[in-house]
Design a protein around this ligand. Structure first.
Ligand code: NAD
Length: 270
């Protein structure tokens, strides 16, 4: 059994990670972390996750858990402190799986530095689902095959508590289209439309973020031309498939050399 720590353990994703880790035969939950001052500190992580007492209390110190030497990997879907956690994990020779979205360019540069200069083994991916990662590949092929006559629009919908927009997955879908068509993301992507926006340029990707209710995550990429429309869609109905993807990423990193990887590497889709 390989010891794994979950950071952000009381969050929506953290709870599903805890539950899936407890149910997994290969990986063992050895620590759970929340921010200092969280009302969940000291509570049993399994009870918080709704899957029964597991004997792991939620702590505010990742450093102390890593110092115990029981952990081989850290999974972090916390909405804060991700880079500090990655630095601690790498320095403790632990694999690091990051699901948190909306990382800045500076954050990503630091993850790359940790991989290159401090031998970190890191997977960072805005979407850990197997289906979405296959969608990235399908969208890449469609964007290249269909050519510029096919206008691209991206529509995503998430629950009403989501903090960032457009979603990290929608951004990645936009990047995939731009890479396939050799466009600049910043120039091509237009976030929403309002008012007298004029005719739609061909080199444009309309990006639309819908919010409401308890939607786990829907993404559709629409390719529209004269006379036909192709829509590639993914709908998540449970957070468990993100959690299962994160566990696959841990297993991948346990046998990997130093590097900054994404789910396309984990799933061998490159
Ligand atoms: P959430 O708000 O329910 O949970 C986040 C948790 O992180 C909270 O419990 C919060 O207290 C905790 N936290 C914040 N700062 C912390 C710190 N410094 N140390 C420890 N814990 C801290 O959010 P969520 O819906 O679970 O989503 C979390 C993140 O995961 C978001 O960025 C979301 O976009 C992303 N996400 C990624 C995927 C994926 O597949 N990569 C899937 C779903 C969500």
């Amino acid at each position: 059994m390989h010891g794994v720590v979950v950071v952000g353990a009381a969050g929506r994703m953290g709870c599903r990670l805890v539950a899936n880790l407890i149910a997994s035969g290969e990986l063992d939950l050895v620590g759970a972390v929340e921010f200092a001052g969280s009302p969940f500190i000291g509570q049993d992580a399994g009870l918080v996750a709704g899957c029964g007492e597991c004997g792991v209390k939620i702590s505010d110190s990742l450093e102390q858990i890593l110092a115990s030497g029981k952990a081989e990997a850290v999974i972090d879907f916390a909405t804060g402190g991700v880079i500090e956690a990655a630095q601690m994990a790498v320095r403790a020779n632990c694999a690091m799986v990051i699901g948190t979205t909306a990382l800045s360019a500076g954050d990503r540069a630091e993850l790359k530095r940790l991989a290159d200069e401090e031998n970190g083994r890191i997977v960072a991916a805005n979407n850990m689902s197997v289906g979405v990662n296959l969608l990235f590949k399908l969208v890449k092929d469609a964007a290249a095959f269909l050519g510029i006559d096919y206008n691209v629009e991206i529509v995503e919908m998430h629950h009403n508590k989501k903090l960032d927009a457009p979603s990290g997955t929608a951004v990645r879908l936009g990047e995939v289209v731009c890479e396939a068509r050799q466009w600049s993301y910043d120039q091509a992507v237009r976030n929403g439309r309002s008012g007298m926006v004029g005719r739609r340029p061909a080199e444009e990707i309309g990006m639309h973020a819908l919010r409401g209710g308890d939607v786990v995550g829907d993404h559709t990429v629409i390719f529209s031309a004269e006379g036909e429309r192709l829509e590639l869609s993914h709908r998540a109905s449970s957070r468990d498939m993100f959690a299962r993807g994160a566990l696959l990423a841990v297993e991948f990193l346990l046998g990997a050399s130093a590097g900054l990887y994404d789910m396309q590497d984990v799933l061998k889709l490159k």
